[in-house]
Structure formats: structure tokens, C-alpha cells
Ligand binder design. Structure first.
Ligand code: ATP
Length: 231
């Protein structure tokens, strides 16, 4: 599937605008955004604070409804159907990676991966087993550790495993290197890039970290709610 296809199987935003606030006190957080990310493509979005990057991820992830425009993931309309339909589509097709892992303190690395698979409850399609996935991410000997016994980089790798465990079509990562040093940042983003390509997942990463852009296939810049291709 090419990045310019009209029926993409990754992520497609068309003419997406988002106005936040009400009355005269509004912000045009997204302004006519078009974005296509094919499966197996790793895209980065950079831009100044307040430019609309988090808003873009929230809309692409089905967490925020845009004021206008369309969003499709794996060819499915993310804005159609009931609230429950949309939540199911989100659980089945989208994995989220957060700034500092967002792991549940009481659960081991392997246990962190159980809840998303239960929630997704996918019929025929099954994701990789938790332990296989943790081993792929270099965490075979850490599967039974809780987050307080993992390093920052290891926690983030568990976060990536958790995002991939349902075999999603799309992974959205919000500043995944925010709490990591330079070496660990490269390691984590390289891993995310490798896994997205190997598993044929469309991936979008919002980052302030220009250092890690070399791992990405495409780079977009967001300024005042407008998105342009930078690389
Ligand atoms: N609930 C809200 N109501 C009104 N304005 C909002 C709301 N949430 C965000 N905004 C504004 O929308 C714009 C885009 O915010 P957004 O969080 O998407 O930017 P960002 O690029 O992710 O910033 P950062 O890099 O600082 O996280 C900003 O001007 C912000 O102040």
C-alpha cells in the first residue's frame, strides 16, 4: 500500500480541523490537516509547544472528535458508529505509547500486557503472546518484574510491548523519550521503528527530540495547527 493511496490501510486524516474552547475564546488547535501514514511507515511530528501535536494524536487515536474532517484507521471510519463501536475500533486497531510508560505499579511486565488483549477481545485476529513480545523487545528476563524494578528504558520498552500486543494497525507515541537520556532515547525509538516495520504497523510519534528523527521514514512539522511535510 503506497502512502498516497486513496484507501489506506494505515492512518488517514483528511481536512481535519479542531477548534477548542468556546465563544470568542477559541483556539484553532488543528487547521485543515491531511496526513497519510501507511502500514510499516514510521512518521514523526515535531513542532513548538502549543502547535497542536497532542491534539493531532488525540484525534488520530479517536480520543477527541474533530470539528470537521475524516479519520480512518485500517480503512475504518474512526468517527462513525456509536460510542461503543468507536471504543472497540480503538481497542482493536490502535496502540498507545505514553511519555513515561504509564505502567500499572502493581503488575509485572507480563501482566501489563494482559489487560489490552482482554479489552480488545478480538475474534479471529490474535496478537503475539506477551512473553514472546517481551523477549522480542529484549525483556525476556524481566517479564516477572514490576515497574519499580525496571529502568526507565525498560519501562518504556514494556510500554511499547503493551501497545503492540493486540496486533494493532496503528501505534501512536506521545513524546516516548521525554524521560530518557540520549542513549536510551535512541535505543527506544530504534526499537519502536524496527517493530513497527517488522509488524507492518503505521506509527506516528510526536517528539521534541530532533536527535531521534533519523529513525523515522517521514517527518512532519506542526505550526499553529497546520501540518507540513519536513522530510
Ligand atoms: N481544552 C482546551 N481548551 C482550549 N484550548 C486548548 C485546550 N487544550 C489545548 N488547547 C490549546 O490548543 C493548542 C494546541 O495544544 P496541543 O496540546 O495540541 O499542543 P502541543 O503541540 O501538543 O503542545 P506541547 O508540545 O506543549 O505538548 C494550544 O494553544 C493549547 O493551549
Amino acid at each position: 500500500m503506497s502512502a498516497t493511496s486513496t484507501t489506506p490501510d494505515g492512518l488517514a486524516l483528511r481536512g481535519v480541523s479542531l477548534r477548542l474552547g468556546d465563544g470568542e475564546e477559541y483556539v484553532q488547535a488543528l487547521d485543515g490537516v491531511d496526513l497519510t501514514v501507511a502500514r510499516g511507515e514510521f512518521a514523526a511530528v515535531v513542532g513548538p509547544s502549543g502547535a497542536g501535536k497532542s491534539s493531532l494524536l488525540a484525534v488520530a487515536g479517536g480520543l477527541t472528535r474533530p470539528t470537521s474532517g475524516t479519520v480512518t484507521v485500517a480503512g475504518r471510519d474512526l468517527l462513525a458508529g456509536s460510542r461503543r463501536d468507536r471504543a472497540r475500533l480503538r481497542r482493536e486497531e490502535i496502540g498507545f505509547v505514553f511519555q513515561s510508560g504509564n505502567l500499572i505499579p502493581a503488575l509485572t511486565a507480563a501482566e501489563q500486557l494482559v489487560l489490552p488483549t482482554r479489552w480488545a477481545g478480538r475474534g479471529g485476529r490474535r496478537g503475539p503472546g506477551a512473553r514472546t513480545l517481551l523477549a522480542d523487545l529484549g525483556l525476556a528476563d524481566k517479564a516477572d518484574r514490576r515497574p519499580d524494578r525496571l529502568s526507565g528504558g525498560e519501562r518504556q520498552r514494556v510500554g511499547i510491548a503493551r501497545a503492540l500486543v493486540t496486533a494493532p494497525s496503528l501505534v501512536l507515541a506521545d513524546e516516548p523519550t521525554a524521560s530518557l537520556d540520549r542513549a536510551r532515547s535512541h535505543e527506544v525509538v530504534a526499537l519502536l521503528a524496527r517493530e513497527a516495520r517488522a509488524r507492518n504497523v503505521a506509527a506516528v510519534m510526536v517528539t521534541h527530540d530532533l536527535d531521534v528523527l533519523a529513525h523515522c521514514d517521514t517527518v512532519y512539522e506542526m505550526i499553529d495547527g497546520r501540518l507540513t511535510r519536513a522530510q
